[in-house]
Design a protein around this ligand. Structure first.
Ligand SMILES: [Zn+2]
Length: 408
């Protein structure tokens, strides 16, 4: 069985934390100077592990082997949220690197095949969400890349790639038959494992999500002289719809459905003016496609009813939609068997409420995901953390599962 070197794994995780360190977390958006530097550092580690490092035309880092035989692709993303956590994404990348080394150092494991590590570009959508994995499976075209800009300062993606020195390089594409499967480990980013005192999560499905922009058109007017009965207050219409959504969605939700109004804007947004326009960004997620359809129908109905009732006109525009993605059954079984070996009953199967590169790669290649606990369930925040023993355990469970998959 390939043996993970826990000290080496933790040392590398702590080293890459230095690229963009922010308090105990990391600020390393895709193609920021710190991100580019961290990708070059990772390339050096990949070369030391006996693989050829390649940074492709969107900034994804691959470790490639010319050895024939079975291969697994193992990784995640090393870009972070603004002022994000030190493990979100990059832990799965360093697992890929450590598995590559562990398999290379163990004669038996080496004979079974090769682990090729990967760090996908821009999972956290500083420019384009899932840029690296979508490029890899051919879901993204050059026109989309040419039109993309930084969500922070509007810098064109092409300019950022140029500055990083990655422009004009080929984009590495999925090769049918090259890999037997894709494995991604990630912190849970929620509190289920910790709450149930489990140390390993075997992901069954990654949820689908629908995102909407809902716009309310009223009439802007003086907040002192406009009587209540004559108002067409877009802000009031918005809060009413939010209440209607709470009631209706709670009645039709499945056990795992979540819904969120993440942003509300009133225009012009000053104390003495009745808002003439309001906007909300709304999303819901579920692992079951039928429930997503049910929610979509309910939302359209609620908006139509509210708009008919007046006095404001309400329109809803779908911004994005992803379908739930099941993880490969045999990969789940291999992860489960490995987890049992190390923690007996200290594991569970669970869906992922967050999106991951695995949901993209799974469109072309058998894919599976492993979770380890997040302390306090905290993520997308610099204070995010996981116990060192859990980090090392997760890597060993993933290595065992990888061995089973390569063997079968
Ligand atoms: Zn992540």
């Amino acid at each position: 069985m390939p043996k993970i070197d826990g000290k080496r794994l933790l040392a590398d995780l702590n080293r890459i934390r230095d690229f963009g360190r922010y308090k105990t977390g990391v600020h390393r958006p895709h193609l920021s100077p710190q991100d580019v530097e961290s990708r070059r550092w990772l390339s050096d580690r990949i070369r030391e592990a006996g693989l050829e490092p390649v940074i492709d035309g969107v900034g994804s880092v691959f470790g490639r082997s010319s050895r024939p035989g079975a291969k697994l692709l193992v990784g995640s993303h090393s870009d972070t949220q603004p002022n994000g956590g030190w493990l979100d994404g990059v832990m799965g990348v360093i697992y890929g690197l450590e598995l590559a080394r562990a398999f290379n150092e163990d004669a038996q494991a080496r004979a079974l095949g090769v682990i090729e590590p990967v760090s996908w570009a821009d999972e956290e959508s500083a420019y384009l969400s899932f840029l690296g994995s979508r490029s890899y499976i051919g879901e993204i075209v050059d026109a989309e890349i040419s039109g993309a800009r930084s969500r922070d300062d509007g810098t064109p993606l092409t300019e950022a790639l140029e500055r990083a020195g990655f422009a004009g390089r080929p984009r590495i594409q999925f090769e049918p038959g090259r890999h037997k499967a894709y494995l991604e480990a990630h912190i849970e980013q929620g509190g289920v494992l910790e709450h149930e005192k489990k140390r390993i999560g075997v992901v069954t499905t990654i949820v689908g999500s629908h995102q909407y922009r809902i716009v309310f058109e009223g009439q802007q007017n003086h907040a002192g002289t406009t009587p209540m009965r004559l108002r067409r207050d877009a802000g009031v219409a918005l809060t009413r719809l939010c209440t209607d959504i709470e009631t209706r969605f709670a009645a039709i939700a499945g056990p795992h459905t979540v819904w969120t109004t993440g942003k509300i804007q009133l225009t012009p947004g000053v104390p003495s003016i009745v808002p003439g326009e309001a906007e909300m960004l709304f999303q819901y997620r579920d692992p079951d496609p039928n429930i997503l359809t049910r929610f979509s129908d309910a939302l359209v109905e609620l908006v139509a009813e509210a708009s008919r009732r007046g006095p404001c006109r309400i329109t809803v525009e779908r911004r994005s939609r992803s379908t739930p993605m099941a993880m490969d059954a045999a990969v789940q079984d291999a992860l489960e068997a490995a987890a049992r070996r190390h923690v007996k009953d200290g594991w569970r199967r669970m869906h992922s409420g967050a999106g991951h590169d695995a949901q993209i790669v799974a469109k072309k290649l058998r894919a599976g995901m492993l979770f380890i606990p997040s302390i306090g369930g905290v993520s997308h925040h610099w204070s995010e953390d996981t116990a060192a023993e859990d980090i090392v355990l997760g890597a060993q469970v993933l290595a065992d599962a990888a061995e089973t998959i390569l063997r079968n």
